[in-house]
Design a protein around this ligand. Structure first.
Ligand code: UGA
Length: 439
């Protein structure tokens, strides 16, 4: 099939590449010439395991190409997939200007039937706006060409994006028209594996499904974080409670990890946007308001702990910090708890040396030279009063504790990701302050 992907961000680049991998002829459009130059020169603008190899292989085979030409892009694909960004407006609602501009461009330049697929995370009702924008452009030039608009939200996770796309749990398609549904079935046939993954529904339900999924996951995290704080006060261990409740299949083990708050480009933005959508319709989503509030508070949890050990005035204190990215296997720093934690430490007069396996360059864009960057976990400990753990990179899971104890001025680990066994820490003579572990 001939497919055009509009927008080469996370979702667009991964989707386009995976669709090329199964044999489609894919053209990716981005209006940023720097991005397209980078891609055409073999560079990958994001860090995503497995993506480089896939892009190179499909580009070399001629199945994956990149362009800045809108005309060429609209002419290319029968399927036009919109995967542009929907950043938050000042009021928290999703900014749809890029989505609508993409729709207008399709309407302006199309000369044959197009199936327009909304892949960006967009509020309920966006497909109608996309349809209206295309129809308006067609009317302006007196053209009468058929087109369909479907919603096809993406559920991939950063750090596992290629795997998530190639082996999806489900493929949600919101479609109100037969021809479009058939084409979507054909498009996703290679990804069905052993059973039907396509869930077809009306457009509005599909649009809401995307937000509902992220809001539900964010809710689980905030709920666990709140319980963790209670467990700490009560002298209980949230890690045991997690196992105890996760064993109930109605609850399940996934996404039950207490920590120092959720970040990233999706949960914070989508939780706010869904509340905004509700407000626009005269409703208040009380649970989500609490989810957001608890998360904002949780990002400061490590600071509470630092104050517990060192007092409020941190002048002259120096902290080692492991993990900058909002989660492992990505260099994404958007809404990363590390940013909040570091800013609070600096405001209180402390200095920080951080180590992250890959996010240092990204972090520098946010933090500049306000902190020091180490090139190994152990190098970050030099002269530090204590160690703070913010991201659960694998490399932090089994460090040389004897060396940590020796390097730190006081053997204190404040762990925002519950990586270690408190009993072992006690044996090692390390003061271990983690999330929700009051035993
Ligand atoms: C999330 C969803 O998981 C994807 O399904 C969705 O497609 C994506 O948003 C999106 O809307 O595009 P992502 O933001 O890449 O994916 O990252 P997650 O793995 O979901 O992690 C989000 C945050 O939650 C991280 O800060 C992580 O540390 C935190 N988290 C996750 C916890 O604190 N506890 C957990 O148990 C799980």
């Amino acid at each position: 099939m001939k497919i055009t992907i509009i927008g080469t961000g996370y979702v667009g680049l991964v989707s386009g590449t995976c669709l090329a991998e199964v044999g489609n002829d894919v053209l990716c459009l981005d209006l940023d010439p720097k991005k397209i130059d980078t891609l055409n020169a073999g560079g990958i603008p994001i860090h995503e395991p497995g993506l480089d190899e896939l892009v190179h292989r499909n580009a070399a085979a001629g199945r994956l190409r990149f362009t800045t030409s809108i005309e060429e892009a609209v002419a290319h694909g029968t399927i036009q997939m919109i995967a542009v960004g929907t950043p938050p407006d000042e009021d928290g609602s999703a900014d749809l200007s890029h989505v609508v501009a993409a729709a207008r461009n399709i309407g302006r330049h199309m000369s044959a039937y197009k199936l327009v697929v909304d892949k960006s995370t967009v509020p309920v009702g966006t497909a109608d706006r996309v349809r209206a924008a295309i129809a308006e452009e067609l009317a302006l030039r007196g053209a009468n060409i058929e087109f369909s608009v479907v919603s096809n939200p993406e559920f991939l996770k950063e750090g596992a994006a290629v795997e998530d796309f190639m082996r999806p749990d489900r493929i949600v398609v919101g479609s109100d028209d037969e021809r479009a549904t058939k084409l979507m079935h054909t498009l996703y046939q290679p990804f069905q594996r052993n059973h039907e993954r396509l869930i077809v529904m009306d457009v509005r339900s599909a649009e809401l499904t995307k937000y509902a999924a992220n809001a539900m996951l964010a809710t689980r995290i905030s709920f666990m974080n709140e319980l963790a704080n209670l467990a700490e006060t009560l002298g209980a261990d949230i890690e045991l409670v997690r196992k105890g409740i996760g064993s109930d299949p109605r609850i399940g083990y996934h996404f039950l990890y207490a920590g120092c708050g959720y970040g990233g480009s999706c949960f914070p933005k989508d939780v706010t946007a869904l509340q905004r959508t509700a407000q626009d319709h005269g409703l208040t989503l009380q649970v989500l308001a609490a989810v957001e509030e608890v998360n904002a508070r949780q990002k400061l949890r490590l600071i509470d702990k630092v104050e517990r050990h060192f007092g409020k005035d941190l002048q002259g204190r120096h902290f080692a910090l492991w993990g900058l990215a909002f989660k492992p296997n990505t260099d994404d720093m958007r809404e990363a708890p590390a940013l909040t934690i570091i800013n609070q430490l600096l405001r209180r007069g402390a200095t920080v040396t951080a180590y992250d396996p890959i996010a240092t360059a990204e972090a520098r864009k946010h933090l500049g030279d306000t902190i020091h960057y180490a090139d190994s976990p152990m190098a970050a400990l030099d002269n530090a009063d204590a160690l703070l753990i913010v991201t659960e990179w694998k490399v932090f899971r089994s460090p040389d504790f004897t060396r940590i104890r020796k390097e730190l001025k006081r053997p204190i680990i404040i762990d925002g990701r519950n990586l270690y066994d408190p009993a072992i820490m006690a044996e090692m003579g390390i003061t271990y302050d983690a999330i929700g572990r009051g035993v």
